[in-house]
Unconditional design. Structure first.
Ligand SMILES: O=P(O)(O)OC[C@H]1O[C@H](O[C@H]2O[C@H](CO)[C@@H](O)[C@H](O)[C@H]2O)[C@H](O)[C@@H](O)[C@@H]1O
Length: 336
């Protein structure tokens, strides 16, 4: 059975990682991802609107606070980091159908013409590139474990060889393939489960699984991972993510990209990271702790975050990017 979910009402837990082998933690987190959890805790849609408005006092809309944002960016080079799912494309039931609109593609292309721009995604670089199709961007796939520069994915396909900028977990590739096959096999009897190979990590999707079977998904995944102490589990939007136990995440990827772009340790740089997922919190935190730039959380439900601002959904992300480009263009022409 495929459960219809209103992804806008999806609630995720605060950005803490679920420890492996703690069954209650898993199920608790999985339940909190249920669409009803947010609504029930907020009562009617009226009080829901009220709590969202109250929440935006703490995390102001990046559209309403746009003037304040550009004051911070005046005379600075803005580096843009964009998550993919739930940020540039709406959340949909089938991960392979999470296409990006042509309009959004054009907006991101325009942004990349003015600002160094990177996509930072849990998906493999190849998959996210197949959706985004823009050669002028940096791509940090597999939660930042696979970083490629402008043109490298496309040219690697043409030339039959990959141009790697950085891969943090190459030694894990055989293990990840093995675990992908095992997880596919061990969960195949559960209706609605989808196991996705994201090269340096594996996603176990339970979005289309009946809630009564969520525990089974968690148990089977946990059981497979018991034999792999060098892998750990994190939790995204109705997805369990298996990844290597290495000190690397989207935050580290942002730091790495800033270094590569020679934008680290520069006072005249303002990095902005836009994302919707718990894994994006690592990047929000890096920017917040360094007091360098800031994160913008994409969420239509109140949640705690290391981000400074918020946007409701991908359409607001598009509006924000358009305004940012217009402002950059005006700034460039007034400097002529
Ligand atoms: O870092 P991201 O670019 O946000 O990737 C995180 C995961 O996104 C995808 O799953 C999520 O989006 C799907 C399509 O809308 C949705 O069906 C799923 O429930 C979400 O969890 C992707 O499929 C995963 O591999 C990524 O890790």
């Amino acid at each position: 059975m495929h459960m219809a979910h209103d992804s806008n009402c999806e609630h995720d837990d605060p950005p803490k990682l679920t420890p492996l082998h703690t069954d209650n933690g898993w199920l608790h987190d999985m339940s909190l991802s249920s669409p009803t959890a947010a609504l029930v805790s907020n009562g009617s849609s009226g009080s829901f609107d009220h709590s969202y408005r109250a929440w935006t006092k703490k995390y102001p809309s990046a559209l309403s606070a746009f003037d304040q944002i550009v004051v911070r960016g005046e005379g600075k080079k803005i580096a843009l980091f964009l998550d993919y799912d739930g940020t540039l494309s709406p959340i949909v039931d089938e991960p392979d159908n999470a296409v990006m609109s042509d309009q959004m593609r054009q907006v991101v292309r325009n942004a990349a013409m003015h600002l160094p721009t990177a996509i930072v995604s849990g998906r493999s670089c190849d998959k996210v590139f197949d959706f985004v199709k823009l050669t002028e961007l940096y791509y940090a796939g597999s939660h930042g474990m696979d970083i490629m520069g402008p043109g490298s994915i496309n040219s690697s396909k043409k030339q039959g060889k990959e141009v790697k900028i950085f891969q943090a977990a190459t030694e894990f590739l055989p293990m990840i393939d093995e675990v992908f096959r095992l997880l596919t096999d061990k969960t195949k009897a559960i209706n609605g489960v989808k196991v996705e190979n994201n090269r340096f990590c594996v996603s176990v999707h339970y979005r289309n699984v009946e809630q009564k079977d969520w525990q089974l998904v968690a148990e089977r995944t946990n059981h497979v991972l018991e034999a792999y102490p060098r892998l750990r589990l994190t939790h995204g939007r109705r997805v369990l993510e298996v990844r290597p136990v290495i000190d690397w995440n989207k935050g580290k990827a942002v730091e790495f990209l800033l270094e590569s772009l020679e934008l680290a340790n520069c006072k005249n740089v303002l990095p902005i990271y836009i994302g919707d997922d718990r894994t994006d919190e690592d990047a929000f935190k890096v920017l917040r702790d360094d007091k360098r730039g800031f994160g913008i959380l994409v969420s239509s439900v109140p949640k705690e975050s290391h981000a400074l601002y918020s946007l409701m959904d991908p359409s607001e992300v598009m509006d924000f990017l358009k305004r940012l480009v217009m402002w950059k263009e005006e700034e460039a022409s007034s400097n002529k």
